[in-house]
Design a protein. Structure first.
Length: 177
């Protein structure tokens, strides 16, 4: 598995430090608001687990599973495979995502949840890969910017593999070319 990784882009320590910083911001911004934190499955799972433990105010968890993605190319077509379970009308909602790449999934998720009239709807993405953008908007909280490389680990996969790596690494091109 490690032999498929060309380079470690973000170490466990770097990710941890950035999540602690985001946690301070989110704690301050959501104190007393009882937010619902919606994780976009499946890539977000590892980030979600670490992130919520740094938000030191009461919050509820929910998850949404959307899909479009086969291999390394986003088709831009999305479907809801599993919807959130909570009624978010009038609630403060924060979307957690693993990576903001073309923007199609975040755009889809945002519209989907916005139609249910939350009191507020914000986005927090761990990684931001600005170079392949198709839908441009500004996420409210961004963890770390990454270059235009296919990255895996810390929840992110290539064909369902590599999610369990504790760091974010660049996958060798020969694996997916
Ligand atoms: P979008 O292109 O912004 O819609 O990103 C859609 C989804 O593609 C993300 O939530 C990730 O799950 C996945 N994705 C995008 N870029 C990468 C990558 O470099 N590695 C692994 N998954 C990725
Ligand atoms: Mg994702």
């Amino acid at each position: 598995m490690e032999k498929d990784i060309q380079e470690i882009l973000l170490t466990e320590e770097q990710i941890k430090t950035r999540i602690a910083e985001l946690g301070k911001e989110l704690t301050a911004d959501y104190a007393g608001k009882d937010p619902i934190i919606v994780g976009v499955l499946k890539g977000v799972v590892v980030f979600y687990a670490d992130m919520i433990r740094e938000i030191k105010t009461h919050c509820e968890m929910d998850f949404m599973w959307i899909s479009s993605y086969a291999g390394t190319n986003s088709t831009g077509k999305m479907e809801v495979k599993r919807d959130i379970a909570s009624d978010i009308k009038g609630r403060h909602v924060l979307i957690l995502e693993d990576i903001y790449d073309t923007g199609n999934s975040l755009d889809f998720t945002y519209r989907h949840l916005m139609s249910r009239e939350p009191a507020s709807l914000k986005i927090c993405t761990l990684l931001d890969k600005p170079e392949r953008r198709q839908v441009e908007f500004t996420p409210d909280y961004v963890g770390i910017e990454v270059p235009d490389e296919f990255v895996v680990g810390y929840g992110l996969d290539y064909n369902e593999k590599y999610r369990e790596l504790p760091y974010v690494g660049v996958l060798k091109e020969e694996i997916y070319k």
